[in-house]
Write a protein that binds this ligand. Structure first.
Ligand code: GUN
Length: 296
């Protein structure tokens, strides 16, 4: 059996097309565009590429994009002052401070300074608490995008065994909370988990978010399971001097066993920016006291 390939790019394109309608509805009701502010500190080239593509995607969705570039030697106080300014700006519905921050800046303190109702990354401890408590909040983009792909593929997830490999605040923990809220039986596995292949083998749903290239092997996977590969790892390609992107799952092996799998690239990756835009539009409706449209 060959697994179905979950086309995250196509799903993300559809989500962005639907978002354009919600944005138009919001503009008609609020008399302004939903606004997303992105703060980039330092010159990391990969981060600069991400930030540029976020800005372009924001504008393509009909939203207002505000990008702030600050030098690598920016002080903690100056960054907190920028966050405070954006918290107070009525045209800004969402604030994203691109991570990682340059050495010397304290990420936790910066995240905690963002207005939780503008925290489109869903990283603020208040939003983590809301998610764990089943309260409305803002949910981290990559796990929410992964959940959308799972529900699109499987419909109800109720009663399914899910294994999340990785326990980061950004992916693993919120992913586990989302799956629990869908009534899955959830296991969070990590670097100290004993007998990881056996643990994974029990799962109807495997979410791999460890950042280790092709770690999850085909014979770890239960036949027919749905595999969501969150990993994006750059490794040497067969051709000398060339590199390629691979996930945390050995894709060629998993393809022979799984029921469905997300490719890398083209799986979870494209969902992250689409859900970021979605979160900003959700924040905009809530901040204006407008009812969120169904399907957003
Ligand atoms: N760096 C890489 N991905 C992300 C993300 O989703 N949010 C933030 N804030 N920084 C990132």
């Amino acid at each position: 059996m060959t697994a179905a390939i979950i086309d995250g790019k196509a799903f993300a394109d559809g989500l962005r097309a639907r978002l354009a309608d919600f944005v138009a509805d919001f503009v008609a009701k609020a008399g302004r565009k939903p606004g997303l502010a992105v703060v980039l500190v330092g010159e990391d080239p990969a981060s600069a590429v991400y930030v540029r593509s976020k800005g372009k995607a924001t504008e393509a969705a009909g939203m207002a994009s505000f990008t702030y570039r600050m030098p690598a030697d920016t002080s903690q106080e100056a960054l907190l002052a920028k966050v405070a300014e954006l918290n107070a700006d009525p045209a800004v519905d969402g604030i994203l401070v691109q991570l990682p921050l340059p050495k010397g800046l304290r990420e936790d303190e910066v995240i905690a300074a963002i207005d939780p109702d503008k925290d489109v990354d869903g990283f603020h401890p208040i939003n983590a608490g809301r998610l764990a408590s089943g309260l409305p909040g803002l949910v981290p983009c990559t796990p929410l995008g992964s959940l959308m792909l799972l529900k699109d593929r499987l419909g109800s997830l109720s009663g399914l065994d899910a294994v999340v490999i990785g326990r980061s605040n950004i992916v693993g923990k919120p992913m586990a909370q989302l799956l629990l809220a869908e009534s899955c039986t959830v296991t969070i596995a990590h670097s100290r988990t004993k007998n990881l292949p056996e643990v994974v083998k029990r799962a109807d749903i495997v979410v791999a978010a460890v950042g280790r290239p092709e770690m999850v092997k085909g014979d770890w996977i239960k036949p027919g399971a749905t595999v969501i590969d969150v990993g994006i790892n750059r490794v040497d390609a067969a051709e000398p001097g060339k590199t390629k992107l691979v996930g945390d799952v050995d894709y060629a092996e998993a393809l022979e066993v799984a029921g469905a799998i997300t490719p890398v690239p083209g799986g979870v990756g494209p969902m992250t920016i689409a859900v970021l835009l979605r979160n900003a539009v959700v924040a905009a409706y809530r901040r204006e006291g407008l009812e969120e449209p169904a399907g957003l």
